[in-house]
Design a protein. Structure first.
Length: 396
C-alpha cells in the first residue's frame, strides 16, 4: 500500500469508519429478521436477512483485521512493547469497565421488564445485574456488544506477551514465514481454506461470545487480528493485495450469491440440510476472506485521502460503538406501540441510534473526566498562543 510504515494510511481510517456505520444498520436490521433479537419490532420482514447476509460473514473479521493494523501503527509510534501494552490497557480497559457497569445494564433490564420483571432499575443493579445467575431469559452479568472489546483486549494482551517473551529470532522467522505465504499466489487459497477449516469447529459460524468457549471465533478473529498487524509493516503483502483485490472481490460476490441461494431455499430459521452445510460454509469463507482483502485493496486504491471530517469521525467511532446498542434498545421499546410500519420503524431506529450515539460522543468529549470512560484520550492543556508569532495553518 502507498504509505511508508511511519505514515498514516487514511484509507484505513475511512474503512474503519465505514465498518462501524454498517454495524449500526446491521444491528437495527437484525431486529427485523427471523433470527431473533432483544429488541421488539413491528414484525419480521421476509427479505431482511438477504442484505444482512451480505455483511455477516466478514464484518467482524474486518473489524479485527483493522484493529490489528491500527495496533501495529500504535506500536510503531510507542516504539516499546511495554508502553504499547500500558496504553492499550488504559484505552480499552477503562471504557470496557464503564461499558459493562453503566452502559450495558439497561439492555437486559429492559428485556426483563418486557417479560414481566416487576422491580425497579435500582433493585436490578443492587440484586441482579452483577450476580452470576440467570433471571428469566437473561444471563447476568451481561456483556452484550462489549464482547468485542473484551476479545480485542485479550488478543492485544496475547500479542504483547508474544512480543515480550519470544526471542527476536523466533519472531522474525514467524513474520518471514507468514509473509512468504501471504505475499504470493497462496494469499487467497490459504486464507479461504483457513477460515473454512476453523469454522468447521463446534458452533460453526455462530459466535457464542463466551470468552472461554468461543474456540472457532478466537482462531478466526485472532488470526484476522494478526493478519492486520502483519500487514501494516509488510510491503510484499500490501503489494499482493493490490494485485489480487479484484479477484478477491469476485470470489466474495460468488460466495454471497451461494449464500443468497441457500437462504431462498431455506429461509429464516429453517436449517440447511447436512449435505449442503459444508458448501455453504465454503461459500461464507469465500465471502469473508474475499471481502476483507477487497476492502483493504479498495481503501488503498480509492480512499487514501484526508479530509477535515476524518479526525473527528475516527475519534467518534469508539464512543459511538459503546453507546449504539443501548440507544437502540431504549428507542425500540419507546416506539413499539406507535403503530409504525416496518420501513418507518427501521428508518426511525437508524436515525435515532445514529443521532443518539453521536450526541453521546459530543457530550462525552467535552467533559474531561468522561473522555477516558468513552475511549478518548485525555485533553491536553494547550499553551497560550503568543499573538506576536504567526499562527501555523491547520492541515486537513
Amino acid at each position: 500500500m502507498k504509505p511508508a510504515p511511519s505514515q498514516r494510511h487514511y484509507g484505513m481510517d475511512w474503512l474503519r469508519v465505514g465498518a462501524f456505520v454498517l454495524l449500526i444498520f446491521y444491528h437495527v436490521g437484525f431486529s427485523f429478521t427471523p433470527w431473533g433479537y432483544q429488541t421488539p419490532t413491528r414484525g419480521v420482514v421476509a427479505w431482511a436477512e438477504i442484505p444482512l447476509l451480505g455483511l455477516s460473514a466478514w464484518r467482524l473479521a474486518l473489524l479485527f483485521a483493522i484493529s490489528g493494523y491500527a495496533s501495529a501503527a500504535l506500536l510503531k509510534k510507542d516504539a516499546d512493547s511495554r508502553a504499547f501494552l500500558k496504553s492499550r490497557i488504559l484505552r480499552l480497559g477503562i471504557p470496557l469497565h464503564f461499558g459493562l457497569t453503566v452502559v450495558v445494564p439497561p439492555q437486559p433490564y429492559m428485556g426483563l421488564v418486557n417479560s414481566g420483571y416487576d422491580h425497579g432499575y435500582g433493585y436490578f443493579l443492587l440484586h441482579d445485574a452483577f450476580k452470576f445467575h440467570k433471571v428469566g431469559y437473561e444471563v447476568l452479568p451481561a456483556t452484550m456488544h462489549m464482547w468485542f472489546v473484551i476479545y480485542l483486549l485479550v488478543y492485544t494482551l496475547v500479542l504483547c506477551a508474544g512480543l515480550m517473551l519470544l526471542p527476536e529470532a523466533w519472531r522474525a522467522a514467524l513474520r518471514q514465514g507468514a509473509e512468504r505465504i501471504l505475499s504470493g499466489p497462496a494469499l487467497l487459497p490459504v486464507g479461504i481454506a483457513s477460515i473454512f477449516l476453523i469454522r468447521m469447529l463446534p458452533y460453526g459460524w455462530t459466535d457464542i461470545h463466551h470468552l472461554l468457549q468461543d474456540r472457532g471465533a478466537h482462531l478466526h478473529y485472532f488470526g484476522m487480528f494478526l493478519f492486520g498487524f502483519l500487514l501494516r509493516g509488510s510491503q510484499p503483502m500490501q503489494a499482493a493485495i493490490a494485485r489480487q483485490w479484484k479477484l478477491a472481490l469476485a470470489l466474495a460476490i460468488l460466495g454471497y450469491a451461494w449464500v443468497i441461494g441457500d437462504t431462498l431455499l431455506y429461509p429464516g430459521n429453517i436449517p440447511t440440510p447436512a449435505a449442503w452445510q459444508q458448501p455453504l460454509s465454503l461459500a461464507k469463507s469465500l465471502q469473508c476472506w474475499g471481502a476483507v482483502l477487497a476492502l483493504f485493496g479498495i481503501a488503498d486504491r480509492f480512499w487514501n485521502f484526508d479530509s477535515r471530517w476524518r479526525p473527528i469521525l475516527v475519534e467518534a467511532v469508539f464512543p459511538i460503538y459503546i453507546a449504539h446498542q443501548t440507544v437502540m434498545v431504549f428507542v425500540s421499546y419507546g416506539i413499539r406501540d406507535m403503530g409504525l410500519g416496518a420501513l418507518a420503524e427501521f428508518l426511525t431506529l437508524c436515525a435515532a441510534v445514529a443521532g443518539g450515539s453521536w450526541l453521546f460522543y459530543l457530550i462525552g468529549r467535552q467533559i474531561g473526566p468522561l473522555r477516558p470512560l468513552i475511549g478518548l484520550k485525555r485533553q491536553r492543556h494547550r499553551k497560550p498562543v503568543d499573538d506576536k508569532k504567526p499562527a501555523l495553518a491547520s492541515l486537513g
